[in-house]
Ligand binder design. Structure first.
Ligand code: MG
Length: 396
């Protein structure tokens, strides 16, 4: 008995805002599709029973190869490219799984990050009795059909009506055959896989799902999802980890500094191999410290000419990617700058927003503060700037 999860992430929908399709948007510190992989992945080591996931296959669009590879982590088969429609994307995923001797397959939209382990297990279990089984929610709202004038033409009885969600599970050979048949018949108008199964005459059971397993389509969906995630609806327990970072750079000739990713005009520049951004360097070390994963100099040695003049956001982005690949999240980040000048106040909000953007978290989770050292020490003598940072992670 081998069960595979087929995650469909090839859609191009960017209505949720940003430049990336919604399944790659950041949600509470990790891309939406990663959260699906983590929930299905949590059933890879499931104890006992047949309700576990053995293999995970993701279907992506070629344009998303880079962002996918950056965050996907381990435990997933190499991605395959989708087709012109969702239906063709699923078919290419099924064909890729065809050599793996799969018994059951669960097809899931990558834009549904709230799928619960309970629903996944229930769908797998339903496939012992049925050729297909889909997660669905009984309709709670009253349905109206509109006429051409935007007025109610009729009320549709909702008894027996369900809203189809995913995952939708099938016995593998049956759904592969049905999909191939639909493609051969030139049918490309099915809106979900259960509809193809019905068309092929398979029996498909309804498995009651949680209403929270919604699909993220718009910016408003993403905001609502952010609130739900922040309410701590994680599918597994997370452990808090604290890390600290400290960095110093010396003033040198110049007319601007980069602090927290923001350019600030000043009487001096900062000396450094990269762009000398003490704020992002301290934050990077804080993240790496919380992970117990070395420090910035180990991952980006100053001896490597590749990092000469580099924008420091790449260091922090790399550290954040390590957190996501470990299944973790950043809870918050806090920075203190030590310097007599420049004044940080006027740039605080821009820095907060920039740091939040780089770390993929909400700006309310980022603190930026500054203090002088009362003219004492090297910062007091205006020889350089120091920054210290603390970061809290939540790790599985
Ligand atoms: Mg540094």
């Amino acid at each position: 008995m081998t069960t595979a999860a087929l995650i469909v992430a090839a859609g191009r929908g960017t209505r949720a805002g940003g430049s990336v399709p919604k399944q790659y948007a950041m949600l509470a510190g990790a891309p939406v599709f990663v959260q699906c992989l983590q929930t299905f992945g949590s059933l890879q080591q499931a104890l006992g029973g047949n309700e576990k996931i053995d293999l995970m296959q993701v279907v992506i669009h070629p344009d998303d190869t880079e962002i996918y590879t950056r965050y996907a982590g381990t435990g997933v088969l190499p991605p395959v490219y989708g087709g012109a429609s969702r239906q063709l994307s699923v078919l290419s995923g099924l064909e890729a799984l065809a050599d793996h001797r799969i018994t059951k397959v669960l097809i899931h939209d990558a834009a549904r990050p709230f799928v619960s382990p309970r629903t996944i297990r229930n769908v797998i279990r339903a496939l012992d009795k049925h050729a297909g089984a889909l997660a669905a929610v009984p309709l709670a709202d009253t349905l109206k059909r509109a006429n051409a004038f935007g007025c109610v033409a009729e009320t549709i009885p909702r008894a027996g009506l369900w809203r189809a969600q995913t995952p939708q599970g099938f016995r593998f050979d049956d759904i592969l055959t049905a999909h191939r048949k639909a493609a051969a018949a030139g049918r490309d108008d099915f809106t979900d896989d259960a509809a193809i199964a019905e068309w092929a005459g398979l029996d498909v059971a309804l498995v009651e799902d949680e209403a929270t397993n919604t699909k993220i389509t718009t910016e408003a969906d993403l905001k609502m999802a952010e609130r739900l995630k922040n309410a701590n609806l994680y599918p597994y327990p997370l452990e808090p980890r604290i890390g600290t970072g400290f960095d110093v750079h010396r003033f040198t000739a110049g007319d601007h500094l980069i602090l927290g990713g923001i350019q600030i005009l000043h009487t001096h520049g900062l000396e450094g191999h990269s762009d000398a951004d003490v704020v992002l360097h301290a934050l990077t070390d804080a993240v790496l410290g919380a992970l117990g994963d070395g420090d910035i100099g180990q991952h980006f040695p100053p001896s490597n000419p590749k990092w000469k003049g580099a924008a420091s956001r790449i260091f922090l982005e790399d550290a954040v990617t390590r957190v996501i690949k470990r299944g973790g999240r950043i809870a918050n980040a806090d920075v203190t700058l030590l310097c007599e000048a420049p004044q940080i106040g006027p740039h605080r909000e821009a820095m907060q927003r920039m740091i939040a953007d780089i770390m993929g978290i909400n700006p309310v989770r980022v603190g930026v503060k500054a203090t002088t050292t009362e003219g004492l020490g090297f910062t007091g003598r205006r020889e350089g700037i120091a920054a210290m940072a603390s970061v809290m992670l939540l790790l599985p």
